[in-house]
Write a protein that binds this ligand. Structure first.
Ligand code: ZN
Length: 120
């Protein structure tokens, strides 16, 4: 696994905050974020590469816990982690669904943006 993508389901501020948090953890070797987007790409030093996904999920869980973001969930699809609040069942019926991973999305536009994560 060369790198891990973390998508924040449209939450640009959370993406930025987690980027700063990951940077402070000093286990991630590179963090890349396209400015003003909700997506980070990270990679690990050689000696942490094998456990990179596990480490990343632990850091994310720690972050969410310490910031009382308990409604957020982390969903993994291969090397992509999506961090977001799952929709309630009654809201879901109105939503569009990503046919690749099942992620629920409000608008056609968001769905197009989301689908990009599967094409990397
Ligand atoms: Zn998807």
């Amino acid at each position: 696994m060369e790198y891990i993508v973390i998508n924040f389901a449209g939450d640009v501020l959370l993406a930025q905050a987690v980027k700063d948090y990951l940077t402070s953890q000093k286990v991630v070797s590179t963090i890349y974020m396209v400015p003003e987007t909700d997506e980070l790409s990270i990679s690990f030093e050689e000696n942490n590469k094998r456990n990179g996904m596990k480490i990343t999920k632990e850091i994310l869980r720690n972050y969410l816990e310490t910031h009382n973001l308990s409604r957020y969930q982390i969903i993994q699809l291969e090397n992509i982690l999506t961090v977001g609040i799952p929709k309630r069942i009654e809201e879901i019926s109105n939503l569009l669904m990503c046919e690749i991973c099942g992620w629920r999305i409000n608008t056609e536009e968001e769905l197009l943006v989301h689908r990009r994560i599967h094409w990397i």
